[in-house]
Design a binder for this molecule. Structure first.
Ligand code: SF4
Length: 416
C-alpha cells in the first residue's frame, strides 16, 4: 500500500482578497441586473471576447463560472435532470445541463454565498465563441430563446495545428462583425482607446497568472492544481480589469515568499503530477487531500493554463484577441497538444500524469484517442486515467478513484 499521512495543502493568505474582489464582482453584476437596464448585461463564454464587452460598458456574466459553482457546491447533480427532461441529454456538457437546470428550478449558489443576490442577472445579449466546443452555442441559444434576446458569436476553427494569418483574419472579421449589434444594444459606440486599455489589462493579468502558475516549477511547489482552480477565478471573470491585475501581484508575492522559505503547498512533496482535463468540481477537497496524503502534489495542469493568452496586445486589440483565442490548447490538433504536454512535463519535472476522462466533456478529455499511451512511450512518464465528470457526480466513483490513485503511487514508489 502507498503510504498515507495527514498532510494537507497549505492555505493561501491572499484568498481573502480574492474572495473580496469576487464578491464585489458578483454584487456589481447583481446591481446591473436590478438597475432597470441602466447598465446592459452580456453573457460571455469563458474564453469568449470578454474584452470587447467590457470595453463597451457591459456588465459581463460568465455562465461557465456559475456552472462551476453549481458543481463545487454539489448542487449540479440534482439540477441536471431538469434539463434532461426538456431534451438536453445527460451525455452532453454537464455545465450546460446544470446551468439550464438551475434556471428551470430557480436555484443558484450565489444566493447562499452572497446574501441579497437571488438570481443570475438577466442578459441583454449572449456572446459565445465555439473555440472550446459547440455546446456553448447550444447553451446560449437556449437562453436567448428564453429571454428573447440575441445570441451572437464566433464560429472558430478547430483542430488547428499552426495558427495562420488566414485563421486570424477569419476570427478577427467575426469579432468585428459583432460590434454593430453590441453598439445597438449598449446604446453607445465602441471606443477603440478603451478597448486598447482593456486588452492591455488582460495582457497584464495573463502575464501575472502565468508567473503564478510557473511558481510550481520550484521544488517543493508552492501551489497545487486545486489552488489554481480556485485562484483562476479573477483571470476568468475579471480579466481586462485593474482589480485582477492587482490581485495577481499579491498572490504572486505570497508564492514567491514561499519559494524563498522553501515552503511547499504539500508537506513532504515526494511526487510531482500533471493534471490533464477538467477538475471534478464537487470533489476538489477530496482529491486534494487524497493526493497530498500520499505525498503527491498535482502542481500543473492544462486547465489552469488555459487562461494564459500570450498574444493579447493593446496596440492591435482585435487581431490580437483573435490570435489569443485561437491559440488555446483546446482549439489545437493532437500533434500540437502532445508537444505542449511534453514541454510541460519537462518544465515542471513531472513524475506522472493524471488524465480526467470527463464523461460529458469530450473536448477536455484528451485520453480517448491513445494520447496517454503515446506520451508514455515517448517520455517514459506513466499515466493514470480517472473516469469522472466535471459536474455530474453520478459519473464519479470515489472508491475507484482512491484505489487507482493509491495503486499508481505505489507503482511509482516501486520504480524509485
Ligand atoms: S468545453 Fe466541455 S465543459 Fe466547457 S462548455 Fe464545452 S462541453 Fe462544457
Amino acid at each position: 500500500m502507498a503510504e498515507e499521512n495527514k498532510s494537507v495543502r497549505k492555505k493561501i493568505q491572499a484568498t481573502e482578497q480574492m474572495n473580496r474582489i469576487m464578491a464585489d464582482y458578483f454584487y456589481s453584476l447583481n446591481e446591473a441586473g436590478t438597475s432597470g437596464g441602466r447598465q446592459k448585461i452580456a453573457w460571455c463564454t469563458s474564453v469568449g471576447p470578454a474584452e470587447l464587452l467590457r470595453a463597451m460598458g457591459f456588465a459581463v456574466h460568465f455562465p461557465e463560472n456559475h456552472a462551476a459553482m453549481l458543481g463545487a457546491t454539489r448542487l449540479a447533480t440534482d439540477l441536471i435532470p431538469a434539463a434532461n427532461a426538456i431534451g438536453y441529454s445527460p451525455d452532453i456538457c454537464s455545465y450546460l445541463t446544470s446551468d439550464i437546470g438551475s434556471y428551470l428550478k430557480g436555484v443558484t449558489p450565489l444566493a447562499k454565498a452572497y446574501p441579497g443576490i437571488e438570481t443570475v442577472p438577466r442578459p441583454d445579449v449572449l456572446v459565445y465563441n465555439t473555440n472550446q466546443c459547440r455546446d456553448v452555442q447550444d447553451w446560449f441559444t437556449w437562453f436567448a430563446r428564453e429571454f428573447r434576446v440575441p445570441a451572437i458569436g464566433i464560429t472558430s476553427p478547430k483542430n488547428v495545428n499552426d495558427v495562420t494569418e488566414a485563421h486570424i483574419d477569419d476570427v478577427a472579421r467575426q469579432i468585428e462583425s459583432l460590434i454593430p449589434t453590441l453598439e445597438e444594444i449598449a446604446g453607445t459606440r465602441l471606443d477603440m482607446n478603451r478597448l486598447r486599455e482593456t486588452v492591455a489589462l488582460s495582457r497584464e493579468c495573463t502575464e501575472l497568472w502565468k508567473r503564478v502558475l510557473e511558481t510550481a516549477t520550484a521544488s517543493p511547489a508552492p501551489l497545487t492544481f486545486f489552488d489554481g482552480t480556485i485562484h483562476m477565478g479573477p483571470a476568468v471573470v475579471l480579466r481586462g480589469t485593474q482589480e485582477a491585475v492587482d490581485y495577481y501581484r499579491v498572490l504572486l508575492a505570497e508564492l514567491e515568499q514561499r519559494i524563498a522559505e522553501g515552503s511547499g503547498a504539500v508537506e513532504g512533496e515526494r511526487f510531482r503530477f500533471y493534471w490533464d482535463g477538467m477538475p471534478v468540481w464537487g470533489r476538489l477537497r477530496q482529491h486534494s487531500e487524497l493526493f497530498s496524503s500520499l505525498g503527491a502534489n498535482v502542481l500543473a495542469s492544462t486547465y489552469c493554463s488555459s487562461w494564459i493568452f500570450p498574444s493579447f496586445d493593446g496596440s492591435d486589440p482585435i487581431r490580437s484577441m483573435a490570435k489569443a483565442y485561437l491559440e488555446l490548447f483546446i482549439v489545437r490538433s493532437d500533434a500540437y497538444k502532445e508537444q505542449y504536454i511534453r514541454e510541460m512535463l519537462t518544465k515542471f519535472r513531472i513524475d506522472g500524469i493524471i488524465y480526467h476522462d470527463a464523461k460529458t466533456c469530450p473536448y477536455n478529455s484528451n485520453n480517448r484517442y491513445g494520447m496517454p499511451q503515446r506520451l508514455e512511450v515517448e517520455t517514459g512518464i506513466p499515466a493514470l486515467v480517472i473516469p469522472g465528470d466535471l459536474n455530474d457526480l453520478r459519473c464519479v466513483s470515489d472508491e475507484q478513484t482512491k484505489t487507482n490513485v493509491e495503486a499508481f503511487i505505489e507503482q511509482l514508489e516501486e520504480g524509485n
